[in-house]
Write a protein that binds this ligand. Structure first.
Ligand code: SF4
Length: 469
């Protein structure tokens, strides 16, 4: 099935045969036990959580839950090792915990590189014959570099579900060594890293099984906390030059499916609050309002992201009425030339209108900003600071990072701003984010001291505004 979003076809081409298998797993029952254990590892993160939102980087998250749910439904025994609480120092303990697994998959995020090198090396030393694969955004952005720099054997690229169905079946059920015919993979070979044919994205998100939070080792704590992350869609069709996203096409769940999923999650996790993780929640405002209505019907309060485009008073009021506790707008810069250069596709007038609509409805708004986008000048940064000072919203600011796979990363390589890619990945592994002075790649013509000065002045405004909110 294909769906139309704002008049555009969200997904084209024939469905992947694995999508039929996925659809077959979407009901209540999965496959019979297969007697093999698949381990999935979540790397630690050095990042400081945003105060009050610790669960966003320490709690259960959605993409991982979806993949773990699928593996369980396929009939494999699942071992989830979440290394976030213990940190990355003790790879020896991780190796012991993974000893019984027949295959190990490790998630890769922008701050995982040092851990990936250490853990894959230790796993190889312990059991050289066992297959270790990578998945997630970092390896999807830099498959050659990640496989060349770690002891992993292969990687599942992009949206993982369809590829995992075929890959695990080939490796664990049929003992297949040649994986070159499986779409969506990167393989380490004697002749270097080879990419297989691209895997189409899932066309119908209703084919996904409902997320099963019992896959998490701390399931009881999750139920107690009652906070989870959900989404009614995947992907984003925009192409902002700085955005670190590896799932391009936007697809949406049907409203019927979304409501059934919310009801199922109420039953299984007792959640009363969610972070709505849709990247472009308000791309289709009437649909977004229907999603809010579903959350309201099930007694779920929420925060959401929104683009500033098309935020009407009616939309903001609907959010307020349905239990939205805050909306986070991706503003990035308050200079039109910078927005244009970043391919953000927004205008200053839209930013002003969205914030006015949110304030009018009594919604708490946050504005997300980046210090260090190409094209920023001392004057434009002053303009950003003035706008934040006067505005009826709380800012959240980050330094620009040219994340792997983004247009800005390609620019940084081309201009020599990133000369040592492995060194850059190691730096990313050490970033604390928050108001920390992380190392930066300066993509502007401004001095680093000036960027840091504006960054800290915006953080001061964040603290001042939070204190009175
Ligand atoms: S910043 Fe937002 S709108 Fe731009 S590409 Fe990323 S998710 Fe899409």
């Amino acid at each position: 099935m294909t769906r139309h979003v704002n008049g555009t076809l969200s997904c084209a081409g024939p469905a992947d045969p694995c999508e039929r298998v996925l659809a077959g797993l979407a009901g209540k029952s999965g496959r019979a036990a297969r007697g093999k254990t698949v381990a999935l590892v979540i790397p630690p993160s050095p990042q400081l959580p945003t105060p009050g939102r610790e669960f966003l980087i320490s709690g259960p998250f959605e993409g991982f839950t979806a993949v773990a749910t699928l593996i369980k439904k396929l009939g494999y025994t699942l071992k989830v090792l979440d290394c976030r609480p213990a940190g990355g120092e003790n790879t020896g303990r991780a190796v012991k915990e993974l000893a019984a697994a027949d295959i190990v998959g490790i998630a890769t995020y922008c701050d995982s590189f040092i851990f990936l090198q250490a853990l894959t090396k230790a796993l190889k030393q312990a059991r050289p014959e066992r297959l270790v694969f990578l998945g997630g955004p970092l390896v999807s952005s830099l498959p050659e570099l990640l496989l060349d720099s770690t002891a992993a054997h292969c990687a599942v690229l992009g949206e993982a579900e369809l590829t995992l169905i075929e890959f695990l079946d080939a490796v664990l059920e049929r003992g297949q060594n040649d994986l070159s015919g499986i779409k969506g993979m990167a393989l380490k070979t004697a002749a270097g890293v080879k990419l297989t044919a691209p895997r189409p994205q899932i066309q119908d998100l209703d084919n996904l099984p409902f997320p099963d939070y019992t896959v998490w080792p701390n399931y009881e704590e999750i139920v107690k906390a009652g906070q989870i992350i959900i989404s009614s869609s995947r992907g984003c069709p925009c192409a902002c030059s700085f955005c670190y996203k590896t799932i391009p096409a936007l697809r949406v769940k049907s409203l019927e499916r979304f409501e059934l999923e919310v009801a199922h999650l109420k039953e299984t996790t007792n959640f009363g609050y969610t972070w709505l993780n849709d990247l472009t929640f308000n791309a289709d405002a009437p649909r977004a309002m229907a999603v809010c209505g579903i959350l309201r019907r099930h007694g779920v309060k929420y925060h959401c992201f929104a683009r500033v485009t098309g935020v009407s008073a009616a939309f903001a009021e609907k959010l307020k009425r349905t239990g939205c506790q805050g909306v986070w707008f991706g503003i990035e810069s308050y200079d039109q030339a910078v927005l244009n250069l970043s391919r953000k596709g927004t205008t200053i007038a839209q930013i002003d209108a969205a914030l006015a609509a949110a304030a009018g409805a009594g919604l708490q708004a946050r504005g997300l900003f980046i210090v260090g986008l190409p094209g920023e000048t001392k004057n434009s940064l002053k303009g950003m600071l003035d706008f934040i000072r006067k505005g009826d919203f709380i800012p959240l600011v980050k330094y620009l990072v040219p994340f792997p796979g983004t247009a800005l990363y390609a620019d940084a390589l081309r201009t020599g701003r990133i000369a040592d890619t492995v060194g850059f990945l190691r730096e990313l592994s050490a970033r604390r984010v928050g108001d920390n002075d992380d190392k930066i790649v300066n993509m502007t013509g401004l001095g680093e001291g000036l960027l840091r000065d504006f960054f800290h002045r915006i953080w001061e405004l964040t603290r001042e505004k939070e204190a009175v909110s």
